[in-house]
Ligand binder design. Structure first.
Ligand code: SF4
Ligand code: SF4
Length: 302
């Protein structure tokens, strides 16, 4: 005998099935709508990418605590993400504009990558809407204007990162220099998933976290690497490494920028806390600082 299920059960089953098949199916606008109805409190999120290597997305999608499927299916309703949206082209752009309209003042806008501003933004066109090409620079302003919160993920979006290094012919800028709203910066090359989703969850539960002078949440960027580094006693004892990979010695003479850098890698680690930059036998290149790629420091020190 046929078994009838209610609308709510049906929507739940869609969510479960989608999660079971693959997360790549989640971002069809129709399925996203269905999921939003199941998880009614999950805030709408739009994640756009400008000039980026995609590393921050890959990093975020490797979130382990909580796991990315829990975040996507239970905590937020992600309406747009270029790498994992099942839909594409104008259908998806139409959906973005619809979300902006329907959730005015309620959605969270996350930007990954720089915003190209030269030649009226034509170096970075992110889609078409109503027959017109949409530049990231234009869309960023619109997305920010109607958002309840604007978040820059990764050092490119937060501070300009590698693409903003001279001569910068496409005029790339960090998000904060393009939009007219305050931006929460979650830098890192890539940004750490715990910092990204930790900030998001904190914001949703408690409101704006306390920010430092560079608009980074102090919760994650309040401590200096050097003061917490397991090699600090070696620094104090002037036990210095002369080559990368030398274990048990400080990398200060090899250009470690830990003494000027705010980041929590030392306690959070990467890849389920298997390792982090200094522990792997290298130095800190200050990828979370605004100076990354702009001065003779960080990755350009050698
Ligand atoms: S390796 Fe870097 S962060 Fe660690 S103690 Fe030496 S200078 Fe400081
Ligand atoms: S330790 Fe330094 S290089 Fe490594 S993630 Fe933190 S800021 Fe970036």
């Amino acid at each position: 005998m046929a078994k009838f299920i209610g609308r709510r059960e049906f929507l739940k089953s869609i969510g479960a099935t989608v999660a079971g098949i693959s997360l790549t199916q989640v971002y069809n606008p129709l399925v996203a709508k269905a999921l939003a109805e199941v998880v009614q409190t999950a805030p709408p999120v739009i994640w756009f990418a400008g000039g980026t290597c995609g590393g921050c997305s890959i990093s975020a999608l490797n979130a382990m605590a909580p796991q990315i499927d829990e975040i996507l299916l239970k905590m937020i309703t992600l309406h747009y993400h270029i790498n994992i949206s099942a839909s594409s082209g104008e259908t998806l752009m139409e959906h973005v504009y619809k979300v902006m309209e329907e959730h005015k003042g309620k959605y969270i806008y996350i930007q990954e990558g720089v915003v190209s501003t030269a030649a009226e933004g034509r170096f970075c066109v992110v889609g078409e809407y109503k027959g017109k090409k949409i530049a990231m620079a234009q869309l960023a302003k619109e997305l920010a204007q109607n958002a309840q919160a604007v978040v820059a993920v990764g050092s490119c979006s937060a501070f300009g990162g590698i693409p903003s290094a001279p001569p910068n012919p496409t005029g790339v800028k960090p998000l904060s220099e393009v939009v007219d709203k305050p931006v929460i910066n979650i830098p890192g090359c890539p940004a750490h998933p715990d910092d990204v989703f930790g900030t998001l969850i904190y914001y949703l539960k408690n409101g704006l976290p306390e920010l430092d002078q560079h608009n980074r949440p102090k919760l994650f960027f309040g401590e200096e690497i050097h003061q917490k580094c397991f090699l600090k006693p070696q620094f104090d004892a002037e036990n210095m490494a002369e080559n990368f990979g030398e274990q048990g010695k400080c990398y200060a003479l090899l250009g470690c920028l830990g003494p000027k850098t705010h980041c929590n890698s030392w306690k959070r680690g990467w890849n389920s806390n298997i390792n982090w930059c200094v522990k792997s036998g290298s130095h800190c290149i200050a990828c979370t600082e605004p100076t990354f790629s702009k001065t003779k420091a960080g990755m350009y020190a050698y």
